[in-house]
Design a binder for this molecule. Structure first.
Ligand code: TNX
Length: 528
């Protein structure tokens, strides 16, 4: 029997027969598991239309009708805090886990198992391969409304993903209210227009001609108030998802500098950027900037309880630090030999602050350049090398190599078609000019083959990225996400020995129907 579970649980035995949900089906739950019981009731109501009573086990009247039992059981601790055991028999369903997170994932499995009011009898034992199962949304390039973020969190939960990184600041827009610095959103969240079509060069390239680009003339803006952000955090927490905020530095800073010019390296007046690619506007590495960033991070840490705080750190071309007399003076006064050492000093200052605040710094793999403070977590995006290097230095790493995890890339090579090349839209909507197919995602192993034995413990997990340059709308994010995120969830959750591309493809069509029922604009399967 094809149960079409995604991600695939580690152990499944189909035992025969079915359990039928009906209006009399009760949910019996431990007091502590009530939120998960309620979540189940909420999702089963929509699946089966059954009226389900939620009550704590201690206070339930004698059970006369078939029931679904949720029970927190320390005996399941060997399965970890996210593991669970699910038994469906014709007379009832029992879900047990050592903690609430495990019960939540058992509930997700149950949601997928239920077909109408029928649940096939199974015994499932399950626990994730990796602790960090992430996705990153870039809010800066295109602002995504709060309602979409909540929908996306629901979809992450369905796929047993547990981390959402929000890329909140970049050259093209600052998207989080900071009360001490209101201009960050008054000015920094709005750009006057956006590039039309694909970026063919980086603004930081030598000889870059801004007049070579065509813009749409349409203002773009938006930001989350602190209340919005807290609502997102709470909604995520109810789904056992940690929201990791990312505040970019020292590069990708143009929107912040446009709002507060004292943060920049030159006196040149700046606008929030409307184009893509690597920009050369860096924060000035001054005490004033550090104070600003500490203030920003203080408010950010108050909103986001995440143990991890991401400070970006990527793609900081050092032209301005080299050319500005003031920046050179700072470097000299600090006795630093190079601009890379200055970046390392910059990140070190932030790490000190974040660590003192009881959190852990995360950054893209460039933070390794020039030396990295102990304890920092590295997100390896330029390939696997950064992750391997960081693990060798005993840093924890999150594997996010663009070749396997950049979902802004095309899903089929149709973009290389003549129609696309001639400038008209090809068979795929405009995306970042690179290819990442479904089987490539599925085949990814977050433990690099070149990682020396014993260092796997430093790999916290893996994360897929939604850079939104070419995703102006929510439907487009969904199109880029699915079905690749289905494959990715299995990369992050399912043991390598249990993965099988052909079997995944057999499970996928029914799973896509689930997504269709949830109004997800997934990309239809094509012969691969
Ligand atoms: C690189 S990945 C970036 C982003 C872009 C992305 C486009 C990373 C840390 N920086 O700023 O949006 O490429 O794929």
């Amino acid at each position: 029997m094809n149960l079409s579970l995604v991600p695939l649980p580690q152990k499944i035995a189909v035992t025969g027969g079915v359990f039928s949900l009906d209006a009399d089906t009760k949910i019996i739950s431990d007091e502590a598991a009530l939120p998960e019981a309620q979540f189940l009731a909420g999702s089963l109501r929509s699946i089966a239309g059954a009226k389900i009573l939620v009550g704590s086990a201690a206070h339930s009247p004698a059970i006369t009708s078939p029931a679904i039992t949720l029970h927190i059981d320390p005996a399941l601790e060997p399965l970890g805090r996210e593991g669970y055991r699910l038994a469906v028999t014709a007379s009832g369903i029992t879900l047990r886990a050592a903690g609430r997170a495990g019960l939540f994932y058992g509930v997700q499995t149950l949601r997928q198992l239920a077909n109408g009011n029928i649940v096939p009898c199974v015994e499932i034992e399950d626990t994730p391969r990796f602790a960090w199962r992430g996705a990153m949304l870039d809010m800066s390039r295109h602002f995504l409304p709060k309602a979409f973020v909540l929908k996306f969190l629901d979809l992450l939960a369905l796929h047993k993903m547990n981390t959402l990184q929000l890329h909140l600041t970049d050259d093209q827009g600052w998207r989080i209210e900071i009360r001490k610095y209101p201009k960050l959103t008054q000015i920094g969240s709005n750009r006057k227009e956006t590039l039309v079509g694909r970026a063919l060069a980086n603004p930081s390239d030598a000889g870059f001609d801004p007049n070579s680009q065509q813009f749409d003339g349409v203002p773009h803006g938006g930001f989350y108030t602190q209340d919005d952000a807290r609502e997102i955090v709470a909604y995520a927490a109810a789904r056992h998802i940690t929201v990791v905020p990312e505040i970019e530095m020292p590069g990708h800073a143009q929107a912040a500098i446009a709002a507060y010019p004292f943060l920049g390296c030159t006196d040149e007046p700046l606008e929030v950027s409307g184009t893509w690619g690597i920009h050369d506007k860096l924060y000035k590495p001054s005490e004033g900037t550090f104070e600003f960033l500490r203030d920003v991070l203080t408010e950010v840490m108050d909103i986001f309880p995440s143990p991890y705080i991401h400070i970006g750190g990527d793609e900081a071309v050092k032209t301005q630090w080299r050319e500005s007399g003031e920046c050179r003076d700072i470097q000299r006064q600090l006795g630093l030999p190079s601009e890379d050492a200055l970046q390392s000093h910059f990140i070190g200052r932030m790490d000190e602050f974040i660590t003192q605040s009881g959190r852990t710094l995360v950054g893209w793999d460039e933070i390794l350049e020039g030396g990295l403070s102990p304890g920092a977590v590295v997100m390896s995006w330029r390939g696997e090398e950064g992750g391997i290097e960081a693990a060798a230095l005993a840093h924890d790493v999150v594997m996010a190599p663009h070749q396997f995890t950049y979902f802004d890339y095309y899903q089929s090579d149709a973009y290389q078609s003549a129609a696309y090349q001639s400038g008209t839209r090809g068979a795929e909507p405009l995306a970042f000019h690179a290819l990442l197919t479904l089987p490539t995602v599925y085949g990814y192993d977050p433990i690099p083959a070149a990682l020396p034995p014993g260092q796997e413990t430093h790999v916290l997990g893996t994360q897929c990225q939604f850079w939104t340059e070419y995703m102006p709308e929510e439907r487009q994010v969904e199109y880029q996400a699915f079905p690749r995120l289905c494959a990715f969830s299995e990369v992050a959750w399912t043991d390598k020995k249990n993965k099988d591309w052909a079997a995944f493809l057999e499970r996928l069509p029914q799973h896509l129907m689930r997504l269709g029922a949830l109004d997800v604009n997934y990309r239809p399967l094509t012969p691969q």
